[in-house]
Design a protein around this ligand. Structure first.
Ligand code: 3UK
Length: 516
């Protein structure tokens, strides 16, 4: 699908996904269920308009970035759609990050305004104060401290806002994507990208319809969650359940039983944890579900099978990336090939190529390339990374894949050292760099190791300095040390003390030897 063939030159995705429903008479229909509140499509429009006007009053203009450190809560909806509607560029970031990460996002994006959920303020505050380009900070859902209250500002702003006359190819939003080395890269997405995801995966694989109610355990700041809970429902006028809380297995079952969604989105680690809840099928009513979806990392066949046996509903696994926006290859309901990433989503083409970019014969492993019109325009201020990633209309994902004789795509690992842990990127290099800050650690190497559910978690090999001695207590201390310094989900689940690390002649750690 090419947006240029189906969309007018002037196009604003917020007008399309929010205003259109109100204009067509669906203003009273529920859009979001949040805690005990229901936000109708008219409420959503008012929230976006007020937030858009509040941003305009603070001097935000066309193309200016607005950094969002937001929970899945009304401030996320108002800021994301309000900013896009007035032609600014919202940049939602991972809410589990640390102050140093937020400072990087603020300075790299040069955001003029930041919107922050109050529970995240303690971690974000030092970065908000230090950031070079931020002029105003809005705090939502609690005491604003030294900053401004988001609620106050939007209450005083006008409820009427005309959409900016953006082009279908204007920047609409960014999402940061981390790599094995270097800082995260801002993937610049255009006004038409969300439209393409809605019309391809949303309509043609999920078959999402107005009567659906979705719940995504993956939060809105992930590309996966943003599509699942943020824009697929808006594409067709359906409903979405939002929760600001960390998705624990029991908590997720409770939300499913209470709000009765028809589609549930999770990641393999969560499905495994939910399967470990004893007698869940008797304790929680999951009968509302017509479909479950998994992405972020490959779904082991065992989890697919056990879930279907216990809950009577299928999990369809699909692969997406932040750069492509959402899922571009997926299993189809009723035709899943468990363990595979399914077939190309209509609107996308997939190719498997060698290191020179030549197609490999069917059945051979190579580099996955994808062509589709939801792909980012480029990485912000990272020209070299952009050139390594984009090849005309094609993008190389960094994944190794092969295609079987029936056309199904099978994941075979990464071409870099990056790990997917609970569906979220972890760079071994960052964990190693943190470990060696501990006084006991001389050298460290981090690799992925499969747990009992066949899901990858970080494992660290550590060489100690004299006179430190290996012990369980020291291993626990090192795990705690990492959790304390960087985003906690990155900590090594196992620590192996060793005398030396395998290295190349030039001193580079040979992670593949440790994996073996
Ligand atoms: C890996 C998978 C095997 C793969 C995402 C759905 O995960 C998403 O985006 P990210 O940018 O990571 C992308 C990378 O994750 N991966 C994702 N899904 C699968 N590997 N099977 C899968 N089903 O390495 C890919 O390159 O965090 C997922 C929708 C939107 C997304 N952005």
């Amino acid at each position: 699908m090419n947006a240029a063939d189906v969309l007018p030159a002037q196009f604003n995705i917020a007008a399309h996904l929010v205003d259109r429903h109100v204009a067509e008479g669906r203003g009273a229909a529920p859009a979001f269920l949040y805690e005990d509140r229901t936000l109708t499509y008219a409420d959503l429009q008012e929230l976006a308009n007020r937030t858009g006007n509040a941003l305009l009053e603070l001097g935000v203009g066309l193309e200016d970035r607005v950094l969002m450190i937001c929970l899945d809560a009304p401030e996320f909806l108002g800021t994301f759609w309000g900013a896009i509607k007035m032609g600014a560029v919202p940049v939602p970031v991972n809410t589990m990050m640390r102050s140093a990460d937020y400072l990087y996002f603020l300075n790299d994006s040069r955001a003029r305004v930041a919107v922050v959920s109050a529970p995240l303020l303690a971690e974000a505050a030092p970065a908000l104060v230090e950031a070079k380009y931020v002029t105003h900070v809005l705090i939502a859902g609690g005491s604003p401290g030294q900053f401004m209250s988001w609620e106050d500002r939007i209450a005083r702003a006008s409820a009427a806002l005309e959409p900016a006359a953006t082009s279908r190819d204007d920047a609409a939003f960014w999402l940061y994507s981390s790599g094995s080395t270097g800082f995260p890269k801002g993937a610049v997405h255009l006004q038409h990208d969300i439209y393409v995801c809605c019309e391809t995966y949303g309509r043609q694989v999920l078959g999402i319809r107005p009567t659906d109610r979705v719940f995504s355990a993956a939060k809105l700041f992930f590309a996966y969650g943003l599509g699942n809970a943020g824009y697929f429902p808006l594409g067709v006028g359906a409903q979405s359940v939002l929760s600001p809380h960390r998705p624990t297995p029991e908590g997720v079952f409770e939300i499913i039983a209470r709000y009765r969604p028809t589609i549930f989105f999770g990641v393999p680690t969560l499905y495994a944890a939910m399967l470990a809840v004893k007698e869940a099928e008797a304790r929680f009513d999951t009968s509302s579900l017509r479909l479950c979806v998994s992405a972020g990392e490959a779904l082991p066949e065992e989890i697919y099978t056990r879930w279907r046996e216990r809950f009577g509903v299928e999990i369809i696994d699909g692969i997406g990336t932040t750069e492509i926006g959402h899922i571009f290859s997926s299993n189809r309901p009723g035709q899943a090939r468990p363990g595979s990433s399914g077939l190309p989503v209509p609107g996308y083409e997939l190719a498997i190529v060698d290191d020179e970019g030549r197609p490999v014969p069917q059945g051979e492993i190579g580099n996955l390339r994808v062509k589709g019109d939801s792909t980012m325009a480029y990485y912000w201020n990272k020209h070299e990374k952009t050139k390594e990633t984009l090849f005309g209309p094609w993008i190389q994902t960094g994944d190794k894949y092969y295609q079987d004789a029936d056309g199904y795509f099978w994941y075979c690992g990464r071409s870099d050292d990056m790990l997917k842990v609970g569906g979220i990127w972890v760079s071994p290099v960052e964990v190693e760099a943190t470990l060696i800050k501990h006084p006991a650690v001389l050298e460290a190497a981090v690799v992925g190791r499969e747990d009992t559910d066949r899901l990858v978690k970080p494992q660290a090999f550590v060489v100690l300095k004299e006179p430190w001695k290996a012990s369980d207590a020291l291993a626990d201390e090192l795990k705690g040390f990492v959790k304390d310094k960087i985003a906690p989900y990155k900590y090594p689940r196992w620590i192996e003390f060793t005398g030396e690390l395998p290295k190349t002649a030039t001193g580079k750690i040979q992670r593949f030897k440790l994996r073996a």
